[in-house]
Design a protein around this ligand. Structure first.
Ligand SMILES: Cc1cc2nc3c(=O)[nH]c(=O)nc-3n(C[C@H](O)[C@H](O)[C@H](O)COP(=O)(O)OP(=O)(O)OC[C@H]3O[C@@H](n4cnc5c(N)ncnc54)[C@H](O)[C@@H]3O)c2cc1C
Length: 511
């Protein structure tokens, strides 16, 4: 029987800069390129049909690009080991080639089973690094050096295949896998070609405004990179994004005398490149602690907090019916488009964790299912930080009203997402409960009827939430664990010296 190489595509749905694919092409063995839709994954609590639909559409685009290399993509539905077994019955698998995946607890356990199966069947499973995440690190010493070296290594072009096994079956759709697609408004174009186009447009046109625009939920849609869903599906490699950003920065530096707005460009692209590094930094946390989506980094703090899942508070938070207009608008944007910017994600977690005192696992899972770009390593690290359960991060509790006034002074964004408030005059748009009754009646926006009263008093609950969170960190035991968390996960960057200009009152005002 012929021995084959099997390239297993997971969250690396591209042909460019794909080392497993290149390695298979160089081996000279016949090759099967494989994408599996795994029904067990559909049932886990942080998966939503939007994720499967996005992956499937990116895989379809991948199959079109693969064709140009001479290979077909084989689509299979089922448990990964059963799929491998069937292939192994027909062709002898010599090697499975894939990228390392740092996913949730489910994919971590699946990969452990696959490794065992490969050992039993004498198949070598070769996993290549996918980004800046480094396997088998005990702590963060040396991580940055290794990550930066990887980002500098050369990009590979798509290979050309001599002998591949053709795929003659139907490409499955959402109906074939029994899932109802949830249609997102303005979902981006899937696939690698769209990702590269988006990166180019950002680096050549929109990125100039990045640094001042990303805090706004509306401007960030235009001036942010919008690349996160592509990174999550692996339609774009992190190395390509870093290298293309660096060459654009170098070009701008060299040509600054001819380039209008060069200072803004440099500021924005440096800040973008820093965020690309954050991506690897956060996923590395999950790599080193694979149950981060199940267990708080500091379980003592979590247990001291004793947060409660109040169903009414949870539902109103999820539905964007808290009675805080800016918050509700953000939640409605997220649930209908599958995306919202960083600042507003942090505000959503902060409202849930401090004002409403809801447990992070439930609110985190709900948000995971809304984000088209759901990336477990970033997500659960951020959920931990924004709910105060790591013990190593400053407690940041946002004021929804202040954020609203800063980001949406005229209230247009609120009116767009909350039609109930469309007639509310600007001076009341952030606090409609202050409208006189006569005005509420005349514009048919009665608080408590057409639009809810605030779910809780924002100011009081925020103060209470912050103070309870600090108390939860105070025990000796909690502090000891926090020290360990810092040792394993803390960034090794030297802390920046505090600006003399920024007093503690200014810092508080920022949030
Ligand atoms: C509670 C919470 C949950 C989050 N969950 C996710 C998630 O599931 N998936 C996800 O990709 N991002 C997550 N983020 C981080 C951030 O909000 C998104 O990466 C960003 O909004 C994506 O939009 P963009 O691609 O236009 O980002 P840009 O601002 O253009 O940044 C470029 C890339 O850098 C990375 N990046 C940007 N900000 C961060 C950050 N703070 N931490 C780590 N990497 C970053 C992303 O890969 C992003 O695509 C979360 C943030 C919070 C507060």
């Amino acid at each position: 029987m012929i021995g084959i190489d099997l390239v297993w595509f997971k969250r690396d749905l591209r042909v460019r800069d794909h080392v497993p694919l290149l390695s298979a092409a160089l081996s000279g063995r016949p090759v099967i390129c494989l994408f599996i839709l795994e029904p067990e994954k559909f049932d886990i609590e942080d998966t939503d049909p939007i994720h499967i639909h996005w992956e499937l559409d990116c895989a379809i685009r991948l199959s079109e690009n693969l064709k140009k290399t001479g290979a077909d993509l084989h689509f299979k539905i089922g448990n990964a080991i059963e799929v491998f077994e069937k292939i192994n019955d027909n062709y002898k698998i010599e090697r499975i080639l894939s990228h390392e995946e740092t996913g949730n607890y489910w994919s971590y356990n699946r990969d452990k089973k696959i490794l065992k199966w490969c050992e039993l069947n004498n198949i070598s499973w070769i996993e290549y690094p996918n980004n800046g995440v480094v396997r088998r690190l005990g702590d963060r010493d040396g991580w940055k050096k290794e990550r930066d070296a990887r980002m500098r290594s050369p990009l590979s072009d798509p290979p050309i295949f001599k002998e591949t096994i053709p795929y003659k079956e139907k490409i499955p759709d959402m109906a074939d896998i029994g899932l109802d697609p949830r249609i997102l408004v303005n979902r981006p174009e899937p696939g690698e070609n769209a990702a590269i186009e988006k990166l180019q447009k950002f680096l050549q046109e929109d990125g100039i405004n990045y640094s001042w625009a990303i805090s706004s939920p509306t401007l960030s849609v235009k001036y942010g990179s919008g690349l996160s869903p592509y990174f999550t599906a692996g339609a774009l490699s992190m190395r390509r994004a870093v290298q293309e950003t660096t060459s654009r920065i170098n070009y701008i530096r060299k040509n600054k005398s001819q380039l209008e707005g060069h200072a803004e460009w440099i500021k924005s692209l440096n800040s973008f490149r820093t965020r690309l590094a954050w991506r690897c930094h956060f996923i590395q946390k999950l790599e080193m602690e694979p149950d981060l989506d199940m267990k708080a980094q500091n379980p003592i703090i979590e247990s001291n907090m004793n947060r409660i899942l109040d169903p009414e508070k949870f539902n109103r938070w999820k539905e964007g019916a808290t009675g805080w207009p800016f918050f509700d608008a953000c939640m409605r944007q997220l649930t209908s488009t599958g995306w919202i910017n960083f600042r507003m994600r942090a505000m959503m977690m902060s409202a849930a964790s401090y004002n409403l005192w809801l447990p992070w696992r439930d609110t985190g899972r709900f948000l995971a299912r809304q984000f088209l770009d759901y990336e477990p390593g970033i997500h659960w690290s951020q959920v931990g930080m924004q709910s105060g359960t790591t013990g190593i991060n400053t407690i940041r509790a946002y004021s929804m009203t202040k954020q609203g006034k800063d980001q949406d002074p005229e209230g247009d964004y609120i009116r767009k997402w909350i039609p109930e408030l469309s007639m509310v005059p600007t001076n009341f748009i952030h606090e409609p409960w202050l409208m006189p009754e006569s005005l509420q009646n005349s514009i048919i926006c009665r608080i408590g009827i057409e639009y809810p009263e605030p779910i809780v008093d924002e100011l009081i609950t925020r103060k209470e939430g912050i103070s309870r969170s600090y108390s939860a960190r105070n025990s000796e035991e909690a502090r000891e664990i926090s020290k360990k968390v810092l040792k394993v996960h803390g960034s090794r960057r030297r802390p920046r010296r505090k600006s003399k200009k920024m007093s503690s009152t200014t810092q508080k005002k920022l949030f």
